[in-house]
Design a protein around this ligand. Sequence first.
Ligand code: SFD
Ligand code: AMP
Length: 629
Amino acid sequence: MNIYENYETVEVTTDLLILGGGMAACGAAFEAAYWAKKNNLKVTLVDKASMDRSGAVAMGLSAINMYVGLKEGKNTLKDYVDYVKNDLMGIVRDDLVANIGRHVDSSVHLFEKWGLPIWKDENEKYINEGRWQIMIHGESYKTIVAEAAKNALKEMEDNGEYYERVFITDPIMEGDRCVGAVGFSVRENKFYVFKAKSVLVAMGGAVHIFRPKSVGEGLGRSWYPPFNSGASAYFTIKAGAEMTCQEVRFVPIRFKDAYGPVGAWFLLFQARATNALGEEYMKTRAGELENWLPYGKNKPIPTSLRNHLMLLDEAEGKGPIYMRTDEAIKNFVAEIEDKKQAARKLKELEKEAWEDFLDMTISQALLWASTDTMPEEKASEISPCEPYFISSHSGASGAWMSGPEDMAPDDYKWGYDNMTTVKGMFAAGDASGASSHKFSSGSFTEGRIAGKSAIRFCVENPEMPEISPEKIEEMKKTTFMPLEIFETHKHYSNDPDVNPNFIKPKMFMFRLQKIMDEYAGGVSKSFKTSESLLQKGMEYLKFLHEDSDKLAAQDLNELMRCWENRQRIWQAESHIRTVMFREETRWPGYLFRTDFPEMKEDWKCFANCKYNPETGEWEMMKREIIELT
Ligand code: SFD
Ligand code: AMP
């Protein structure tokens, strides 16, 4: 049986290939369209889902978390770089953060022009949630941004196009250059071969690598979107790109079970978080911050340290931990003497509290409704989530990037802005590392930077690379192998999910999550691990790698699930390897090395890794931190 022969091969030749349709990809398409038109070049975007509602912003958002306010004089670029650096305990690329920071405000102004409602005060000024965050009515945020990106491509006529519901699997390499990607339609019997002069990776971060807290009937619920499954990390690692900060996972504190974000409560509503005894761990445990200097004494206290203090309370059995929504709302109203005015303010706050979740985490509003929770009357539990890989929030994992020409130190640049160490391959958003706190607006902005730069690469490298047809045929076979395996063995047992000849993707995912949870410091281990646990985890991961050749798919949807898991294990492996390499604890509330429980000066550096596609070997390396003055 040769199932793959039933799938039509569709060849697409383009100049710039953008992978993903999220915030970074939309920014890339918007900007690249402008520069491509000037040079008569073609731009093609490919998303596994539908751009209107794909990626992390699918449900919408309630704030734009990166707005510097440079022109208004709200903050300086240095303020922003210092803030990000402190939050990541010193481990960031100043040049990348500053490059996004100096352009991000203009992206936000574009969003507003395209119709995104941003909260304004009586003087028409944006209303801030915190110093860097501005409030939006953002249920339709992604639809608005996607429309602008699609319009930019449509205006290019034959030179602009986007493919939706096409899942990207592997990079096409010719020598040391990335010259395209292959993938398959999740709806039609089609295999896609995209040939390009430059490729921009923006397929988001990774979820469901660690066992989630949501199991049983809640399975699938997570803070970050379950559809982002490590495609960016897989693609860049497999192409041989140097990766950075693969150990820096993000453990967000969220409203328990429905994963509602906490930012608006801490910053806008000024709520306190307390334990079951009513103690405020940020105060009672302040002494612990002395162990994490200089970061522990700076404001705001880094995210991983805030987590750490909460985890210490939990470890002593002082939970549940509560977000004191009731107290916060009452405090606002208590200051108002006029009763009518106070009632009006109460209604307004109630509305804002519900909108915060209806804008971006609808399930949290549903959980409140189903548990009779009126936030103005009853506090809600908060707790740490399972770890995610997302470099655009308070994590940092991703590809090691060439920095901006006019700012980056020599060691940080090797050609084009936002090019990875692989020729012709660019990255942005969650795909690029060491430039945290870019969020939705910064990811879009970084996409713009990378898109412009990737077009310049096409102009300066105009030859269309040759791709061997044999290689493509081999990739096609590999892509559809899970369907072949299922068809070959399906009659061996009477349950399509249980068969000694293959493994279904869901079972495979459970195995991966068990390994990561128990050996790499997941939720059940309170985010703690050690060399010996990691070694054991690597041993099991090796078996899992072998078993990935036996993944089986009953239909196209399951084929996608197979590939999602194939991609996840590469993110998992690079994580374990880098956690093992960094012999210290630097982000204690994300990951605690019990064998190296302290932060060390000689580890104030990047921990990078690189997979060699020729030999199959990994190389681990330290890279110096060079700060901008
Ligand atoms: O408060 C393939 N984020 C927030 N950012 C803000 O600015 N404000 C907020 O209020 C935010 N909050 C928030 C946020 C995220 C989530 C999930 C929630 C709440 C619930 C963060 C931003 O959303 C995030 O920084 C950006 O979206 C990152 O952009 P990008 O482009 O790196 O990732 P993406 O948007 O998720 O897009 C990924 C795309 O890749 C596609 N894809 N395509 C083809 N083949 C494959 N194999 C693919 N795999 C994935 C996806 O479909 C998608 O199009 S708060 O909580 O922090
Ligand atoms: P979150 O809802 O946790 O994703 O946070 C949204 C934004 O608020 C991000 O920029 C966070 O870094 C920031 N944030 C959340 N909680 C706090 C806090 N307690 N102190 C300072 N900043 C915070």
